[in-house]
Design a protein around this ligand. Structure first.
Ligand code: CTP
Ligand code: CA
Length: 223
């Protein structure tokens, strides 16, 4: 049963997925961003749709595409825009999966004109972005809420901290320790952690990882 993708176990369910990086503008031509490709989120969206769900995919800048008629895609740029879009849809969702690599900080002010080169050093003041996932945790009613964690130290402890702090039902820990896992690659090595259990998976393609994540979520909500 565990990996049976032929069964439309998510029929009638709405799944919200955040994906990709966010870009935070500095001036009209520059931004602060990160190397997230959006692949993991798009794979999750495809897999959820395969399992019968209606999917709302909310993505930052990414080259990934989908033609799946059961995936409604909303593309945007910044963390603030992602926040706004997410909360247009969140209330009606049954499952929410936050795989986006949201920028933690954004420039306090966006320069109206391209910043000219002048002094030997340049300081840009950054202010904290809203935490989209934490807000989803606060506004949770019926949703099964899944976050991601990317850690380079004390990974399990930090992931468990986020599970608690953001009021999540499960957190997917991305292991960067293994070569080939993470951001720019096509593969990931994950652990899924809940309040009561932990499951470790092998290094595999992001499409396969998406299957593991959706199978896990099904096992939790259908049990
Ligand atoms: N996240 C979010 N909004 C933010 C920051 C993070 O929705 N402004 C979500 C991510 O999509 C991910 C989870 O929170 O699912 C954890 O992101 P991560 O960067 O690992 O944790 P942070 O809470 O941002 O803490 P830190 O970067 O300091 O480890
Ligand atoms: Ca962060």
């Amino acid at each position: 049963f565990f990996n049976n993708v032929n069964s439309k176990n998510l029929a009638g369910k709405t799944v919200l997925v955040t994906a990709g990086p966010t870009y935070e503008a500095i001036d009209p031509v520059r931004f602060i961003g990160n190397h997230s490709s959006g692949k993991m989120g798009f794979s999750i969206a495809e897999e959820a749709a395969k399992r019968g769900a209606k999917v709302i995919l909310i993505s930052g800048p990414s080259n990934q595409k989908t033609e799946n008629p059961n995936i409604e895609i909303h593309r945007l740029t910044s963390a603030k825009e992602m926040f706004e879009e997410v909360f247009k849809h969140y209330e009606n969702c049954d499952i929410a999966i936050a795989s986006a690599a949201v920028a933690d900080y954004a420039p306090k002010e966006i320069a109206k004109e391209k910043i000219k080169k002048s002094d030997d050093s340049l300081t840009i003041e950054l202010v904290k972005n809203p935490d989209i996932l934490k807000t989803m945790g606060e506004r949770k009613t019926k949703q099964f809420l899944v976050g991601f964690a990317l850690e380079t130290q004390n990974e399990e402890e930090n992931a468990k901290g986020k599970l608690e702090k953001k009021n999540l039902d499960a957190i997917v820990l991305n292991s960067l320790k293994d070569e080939g896992a993470g951001f720019k690659n096509d593969t990931n090595k994950i652990k899924i952690i809940t309040k009561t259990e932990m499951q470790e998976f092998n290094l595999k393609s992001k499409d396969e990882v998406a299957k593991d994540i959706l199978a896990f979520i099904e096992s939790q909500i259908l049990k």
